[in-house]
Design a protein around this ligand. Structure first.
Ligand code: G6P
Length: 372
């Protein structure tokens, strides 16, 4: 009903707007006065976590993209090898698992059958299982050894938005927790990252408050045949998520690529006017990556692409290569997906709406897929 939507046209619009609060709630109370991080239900000892020599993340859909971002953070912070795998592929390829493997299952609903079956397979092989989940008491957390609940609140729209940002937040917390327990990061280093994380809700709010031009752009893009998304590092899964949102909601052909792969195929898709959304890394962090992405923008533009550039405020050097620039507040490289994803969600929501689709109930899709 209109009342449930709280004045928004769609649940999705409401949920996109709730993201600063959802991320803040997921962070709330995770850091004790002694500098210890706290998960929710933990049936794993610190020693179990110190014994971990391999992390596998399993998930589906948007949750899988959260896992892809998490890999960058977990490996960087913990120095433990981490792989991300689609839950539907995981158990059928006979993965190497034992009691020193930590399997992280990410699921908004906690009921996705493929993710549940991957988790059960991992447990049969004696791996430890940690769930990141938005639904209290659902099957996946019940069957896991430890749980970190995302406090996003109920997500009604089929396409996941606030759950994704809270999953990212939870993944960062898991990475920091592992790094701390294993002594790879000191409490003050963990504290410094947590401080940056605590600044994210205000930054997400700032992005949301500047979405006017993105709405106008969406109307313009509604007739496009296909939209491509490129990114590097954590911007690569953001590109995949931007493309998934557009497919799910607008029923348009959309694909995300690692920008470095353009020359190995995707660049041949560019026709005059093809929109390419480019997720540019921060110029302050790994500036090599940023410079490479700027070259990629020039490459696609030289072939006639219409470039829509997501860049950090102050990175004025991207402006000459951009048909449209969307600036986001400066953020540490690993945390950037918390802000760079937001314009892509709004873009997909608005394009779908401009094309006259039911944004909350896209055709053929279900909120929770409980069959394999
Ligand atoms: C469905 C939903 C997606 C979601 C995916 C995984 O496909 O439409 O939005 O990302 O399932 O769901 P989960 O509840 O496991 O995160």
């Amino acid at each position: 009903s209109a009342a449930e939507k709280g004045g928004y046209e769609y649940f999705m619009a409401k949920e996109i707007d709730e993201q600063p609060r959802a991320v803040a709630d997921t962070l709330l109370g995770r850091h004790s006065e002694t500098g210890e991080m706290t998960l929710d239900e933990v049936r794993l000892t610190d020693q179990d976590l110190r014994d971990v020599d391999k992390v596998f993340i399993v998930a589906c859909g948007t949750s899988y993209h959260a896992g892809q971002v998490a890999k960058y953070a977990i490996e960087h912070w913990t120095r433990i090898p981490c792989e991300v795998e689609l839950a539907s592929e995981f158990r059928y390829r006979d993965p190497v698992l034992d009691r020193s493997t930590l399997v992280v299952a990410i699921s908004q609903s906690g009921e996705t059958m493929d993710t549940l079956m991957a988790l059960r397979h991992a447990k049969e092989q004696k791996a430890r299982v940690l769930a990141i989940c938005n639904t209290n008491g659902s099957t996946i957390p019940r069957e896991s050894d430890a749980v970190l609940y995302t406090h996003g609140g109920p997500e009604i729209a089929v396409a996941s938005t606030k759950a994704f940002l809270t999953q990212l937040t939870a993944c960062y917390l898991v990475g920091l927790h592992l790094a701390q327990v294993r002594g790879v990061m000191f409490a003050d280093e963990v504290g410094a990252v947590l401080e940056r994380l605590n600044q994210m809700p205000a930054k997400i709010r700032a992005v949301l408050d500047a979405m006017g031009p993105v709405r106008e752009l969406a109307v313009d893009l509604a007739a496009a045949k296909s939209v491509l998304f490129i990114g590097r590092h954590v911007g690569y899964p953001v590109a995949l998520e931007g493309a998934l949102k557009l497919k799910e909601l607008a029923y348009m052909h959309a694909e995300g690529f690692a920008a470095g792969e353009l020359k190995h195929g995707p660049i041949s898709l560019i026709e005059p006017g093809t929109p390419v959304v480019c997720v540019v890394p921060s110029p302050r962090g790994r500036s090599v990556l940023r410079d490479k992405l700027v070259s990629n923008i020039q490459e696609v533009r030289a072939r006639g692409a219409r470039t829509i550039v997501i860049a950090e405020e102050g990175d004025e050097a991207v402006v000459p290569f951009a048909d449209h620039v969307i600036f986001v507040p400066p953020t540490p490289t690993l945390l950037a997906p918390l802000v760079t994803t937001v314009p892509l969600q709004v873009l997909a929501c608005e394009i779908a709406s401009a094309r006259g689709h039911d944004v909350d109930q896209p055709r053929n899709l279900a909120k929770s897929v409980t069959v394999e």
